[in-house]
Design a protein around this ligand. Structure first.
Ligand code: NDP
Ligand code: 8X3
Length: 253
């Protein structure tokens, strides 16, 4: 197995994409550090695979001193992270910009942007020193295509994509890869429930659709990581077949 012995750290592994990605990477031969705030979920995830394949590690992405303390705070034998999957993130609300709660904006920025850049900054020196590694981040189609109510969420995802592209510029000449995966409508996760705060509203988002599923994202992550070392995928945009980008809007009132 090509990835045998390598270590991947997946943020936000307690639900949705991160949970599916962690399990998929174990199947690919990685040992996985699974992070998130809900410790019991991390323990349950680790219990789904052979002992020693997943290391549950509680980490709040907005706790910058904990994020900056990586990798030294990881248990011995788990510190040399080969692959960082920046997956933890959230959207809050769909209100128009002038109606939003500024605290929601702050939380999205501190998780999707600040936490993501800080953990990348913490783990990148090790990858560069070993001249081997891969940083893979979850962007979104919302980072490319605006829609009403996406305001700051979409902007955080645009940031992620440009951060990954700029990383590649800095990393030119190093065997450290950087990739954004930007999915569109994806069900089977807690994303819409977190965003809308209500299960029935969240279910309505996917009603009558065949959305992407967390396993589709995990499959894409495995594909990107499994490509030969001389191949860097910069950006993957993926949508379910039932979705397309909308046209520009014109106000005719
Ligand atoms: P989920 O809500 O199912 O999972 C989000 C994960 O992020 C959870 O494991 C949660 O863990 C973690 N998380 C959130 N805040 C923090 C925090 N402060 N510290 C640590 N972990 C945190 O969402 P998805 O799986 O759907 O989304 C995963 C990523 O993919 C996100 O970045 C999202 O923006 C992006 N995305 C989602 C799409 C979708 O349609 N679902 C489409 C495109 C991109 P815990 O609560 O335990 O801390
Ligand atoms: C999640 C996809 O369209 O809800 O990033 O913004 S969308």
């Amino acid at each position: 197995m090509a990835q045998k012995g390598k270590i991947a750290l997946v943020t936000g592994a307690t639900a949705g994409f991160g949970h599916a990605i962690a399990l998929r990477l174990v199947r690919e031969g990685y040992r996985v550090v699974a992070t998130g705030r809900r410790q019991e979920r991390l323990e349950a995830l680790a219990g789904q695979v052979d002992t020693g394949r997943i290391m549950p590690f509680r980490l709040d992405m907005t706790d910058l001193s904990a994020v900056r303390a990586l990798p030294e705070s990881l248990p011995e034998g788990w510190r040399e992270i080969d692959v960082l999957v920046n997956n933890a993130g959230l959207a809050l609300g769909l209100e128009k910009a002038w109606q939003t709660n500024p605290l929601d904006w702050e939380k999205m920025i501190s998780t999707n942007v600040t936490g993501l850049v800080e953990i990348t900054r913490a783990l990148l020196p090790g990858m560069v020193a070993r001249n081997s590694g891969h940083v893979l981040s979850l962007g979104s189609t919302a980072g490319t295509y605006p829609y009403p109510g996406a305001n700051v969420y979409g902007a955080t995802k645009a940031f992620v994509d440009q951060f990954m592209r700029n990383l590649r510029s800095d990393l030119l000449g190093k065997q450290v890869r950087a990739t954004t995966i930007a999915p569109g409508l994806c069900g089977g996760s807690e994303f819409s429930q977190v965003r809308l705060g209500d299960k029935s509203k969240a279910d309505a988002v996917y009603q009558g659709t065949a959305p992407l599923l967390p396993e589709d994202i995990a499959e894409t992550v495995a594909w990107v990581l499994g490509l030969p070392a001389h191949v860097n995928i910069n950006h993957v945009e993926m949508m379910p077949t039932c979705q397309a980008s909308a046209g520009l809007a014109v106000d005719r009132t």
